[in-house]
Design a protein. Structure first.
Length: 251
């Protein structure tokens, strides 16, 4: 494989939320570009299945929860022990719990702030000291980083925070490490399917498509392609939030 076909050959990436959805798609994309990939998520079986798919020399499954900073520190240490370096991070772990303001109790609030925002911070804090020149961190935001939506107050706040985190880290870690975010609209993932089930799948899908100018859901592989671009092919991009939302934030 040529250097052009494998722009991340010899590099090592850590992907959180790698058990499904955008995280798993990102891990596949980075591995296809030549990177060794540490796969971090809470569920062992899907991680081990993906690691087997990518190959023993390419992938390292790490069962950990990003809301626990000690587990994050241990996962970064395990990545360095196995591969000897760390060049890229993709913060894809996250949760969505639809609830009205009145029904958003402390537990629902903290679950989303912890997983979507604090987890990305913990991973960046643990990884950055070990990333050399040319390092890249890509955080996964959302269309709801930029716009509000009823029933998603905690999720909106957490994902807006991801953009603030991205910009602050970009300013602090430049020029050695670039920090960017990709902000997807509705993506065909298990998390979105669970949201649809909460509201009534058929009606929720119809309502969602009606507000997306492209009139379809994104595929997780489309988001992964944007993550790969920011990781491998955008050497002057830092502090950016790349919208990949089918036009939702354009109207």
């Amino acid at each position: 494989m040529s250097a052009t076909a494998a722009p991340l050959a010899g590099r090592v990436a850590l992907v959180t939320g790698a058990s499904s959805g955008i995280g798993a798609a990102a891990a596949r994309a980075l591995a296809a570009a030549g990177a060794a990939v540490a796969l971090l998520a809470r569920r062992r079986e899907p991680l081990e299945s993906l690691a087997a798919e990518l190959g023993e020399g390419t992938a390292l499954p790490l069962v950990a929860d990003v809301v626990d900073s000690d587990q994050v520190d241990d996962a970064v240490a395990a990545t360095l022990t196995r591969f000897g370096r760390l060049d890229a991070v993709v913060n894809s772990a996250g949760v969505s719990i639809p609830a009205s303001l009145a029904d958003t109790d402390d537990e629902i609030w903290r679950a989303q702030i912890d997983a979507n925002l604090s987890g990305s911070f913990f991973v960046a804090r643990a990884a950055a000291p070990h990333m050399g020149e040319g390092g890249s961190i890509v955080n996964v935001g959302s269309e709801l980083s930029h716009v509000g939506m009823e029933m998603f107050v905690a999720y909106c706040v957490s994902k807006a925070g991801v953009i603030g985190l991205t910009r602050a880290l970009a300013a602090e870690l430049a020029p050695a490490i670039r920090v960017n975010a990709v902000c997807p609209g509705p993506v065909d993932t298990p998390m979105l399917a669970a949201e649809f089930d909460h509201f009534g799948a058929e009606a929720a899908l119809a309502e969602t498509l009606a507000r997306v100018p492209m009139r379809r859901l994104a595929g997780a592989d489309e988001v992964a392609a944007a993550i790969l671009y920011l990781t491998a092919d955008a050497p002057y991009a830092t502090g950016t939030a790349l919208a990949l939302d089918g036009g939702v934030t354009a109207i």
